[in-house]
Design a protein around this ligand. Structure first.
Ligand code: PLZ
Length: 478
């Protein structure tokens, strides 16, 4: 089929008429009216998604992947509705972004108002109050009661990259310490900081220099030390510190960057005591401690920031994803004396702190506060933990259940071993999508299923999603 023929066929299928027995009365709309239900009206992917996939294949770089085979038409609360009218329970939230929902009423309204006022002036040209208000809010909600400053950017990678720039300007040192399994982004510096080669780094080197990797605390895989004792948090920190001191030298390190709960690396929660010991060592050595809360932050774990679970106060916190209800916004927030270290004009970017994204962020924060979403994250987490532990108790392929709040995961293994079973994770995610539930995988070994429901999702919908997962684990696909 030529490209023109593909387009002609697509145009026919996109019309309002019936096809393959499906009549869509009207396009679904997001927002409060979107039915919160799992509903399958075609095979998955349906005909309209298949037509879009054909157009995409001819138009979009094949290097860009998608986890799901269907195309979105509307999303909100806890569901994504596709172009064929199927409604999926969404356990991924666009990779931990739509914590308040993908069409949260306050966000929709604030964005509409801001768009009508102005879409952009560039904060570096003509500043505006939304940026200042978001900075004030981030200074208030991040851990630590010292004087803080914030700088806003657009993507999570940019926030991490700027945190490194700021730490280097402040310390006059260049070394950056990151951890096994870390994910920090896809720009050149953040690729160097990200651990996993495939697919993030493959063929894209050379990478930025002076980035050093230390061992993480990974309770499921850490095993025992030379004396046969389990590697607890302080022991894992001592192991990491020894590596840094021997291989880099503390006096060369500008910053240590760590995800308080690792995201892409497999939702790894370091053993208790790991983060506090690392922070103390960093401070003893004049090293800036950066918490990358891009995935774990903004109410996701039942605390505003995952650091709070261990009471640690980082020098700098990077935020993105959930903070703006789906609009692109990121930030670096931290101690005033560190944040003010770079030269005037040293931080910025054309779109950093875009006014529409700032309006969305203020509305997202109001939603978290007024709708009690911190409590919801904890409640959703408890529900998921109960369901996942029950699954693990009857299915030996579930090797570990872990996470915090509404950031939960299971690590899948060959029964009775720690051998990762990535194929199983892939099959479960695929079969769940066929049955109307969206689940994302992650992990260095690709064998982790992660659960990141919108905090606007109700208990019933979440329970239904886990009923479906139970079926999938019990059924032929698994
Ligand atoms: N730091 C902790 O989780 C983004 C990336 C998915 P950006 N994680 C999802 C993918 O395959 O690209 C992330 C993160 C942590 C930084 C980032 C980077 O955020 O907004 O994707 O640049």
């Amino acid at each position: 089929m030529t490209q023109t023929e593909t387009h002609r066929q697509t145009a026919t299928q996109e019309g309002p008429a019936a096809h393959d027995g499906l009549v869509l009365q009207e396009a679904p709309r997001g927002g409060p009216g979107l039915p919160q239900e799992r509903r399958l009206v075609t095979e998955v992917p349906g005909p309209r998604s298949r037509a879009l996939a054909a157009r995409r294949s001819a138009a979009v770089s094949h290097a860009v992947g998608s986890s799901m085979p269907f195309y979105a038409a509307a999303a909100g609360g806890g569901v994504v509705v596709d172009v064929d009218g199927n409604s999926f329970i969404d356990l991924g939230s666009g990779i931990a972004v739509t914590s308040v929902g993908a069409s949260a009423p306050r966000v929709v309204e604030a964005v509409g108002e801001q768009v009508a006022q102005f879409t952009h002036t560039c904060f570096m040209v003509t500043p505006y109050d939304g940026y200042v208000a978001v900075a004030e809010a981030l200074n208030e909600i991040t851990p630590g009661d010292f004087e803080k400053r914030t700088a806003l950017f657009t993507s999570g990678a940019e926030a991490v990259e700027n945190a490194v720039k700021i730490a280097r300007a402040h310390t006059g040192r260049t070394g950056v310490v990151v951890f096994d399994h870390a994910y920090h982004g896809r720009t050149n510096l953040t690729m160097a900081m990200t651990a996993k080669n495939m697919p993030y780094k493959e063929g894209f080197g050379p990478f930025a220099t002076d980035v050093h990797r230390a061992p993480l605390s990974y309770p499921f895989r850490d095993g025992v030390d030379l004396e046969g004792n389990p590697v607890d948090g302080p022991a894992a920190a001592a192991r990491a510190i020894a590596v840094i001191e021997k291989q880099v030298g503390a006096s060369n390190v500008a910053c240590v960057v760590v995800e308080p709960v690792q995201g892409e690396g497999g939702f790894i929660v370091p053993a208790e005591g790991f983060l506090p010991a690392l922070l103390e060592w960093a401070h003893d050595n004049g090293i800036v401690f950066v918490a990358d809360e891009v995935q774990s932050g903004f109410a996701r774990t039942g605390a505003m920031f995952a650091c709070e679970h261990e009471g640690i106060v980082p020098d700098l916190v990077t935020t993105a994803k959930g903070i703006a209800g789906g609009l692109p916004l990121s930030g670096v927030t931290g101690r005033a004396e560190i944040m003010d270290a770079p030269v005037v004009g040293g931080l910025g970017g054309t779109y950093g702190g875009n006014p529409v994204a700032c309006a969305a962020a203020l509305a997202a924060l109001a939603t978290v506060r007024e709708d009690g979403l911190l409590e919801r994250a904890t409640a959703l987490g408890e529900l998921m933990t109960t369901r996942l532990r029950a699954l693990a108790a009857r299915d030996p392929r579930v090797g570990d259940v872990r996470g915090r709040g509404a950031m939960m995961a299971v690590e899948l293994v060959e029964p009775g071993t720690h051998v990762p079973d990535a194929a199983l994770a892939g099959r479960v995610a695929k079969e769940a999508a066929q049955r109307g539930v969206m689940v994302l995988t992650c992990g260095t070994f690709g064998n982790v299923l992660r659960f990141l429901p919108s905090l606007a999702m109700g208990d019933e919908l979440l329970s239904e999603a886990f009923d479906v997962l139970d079926e999938v684990f019990a059924g032929a696909a698994a």
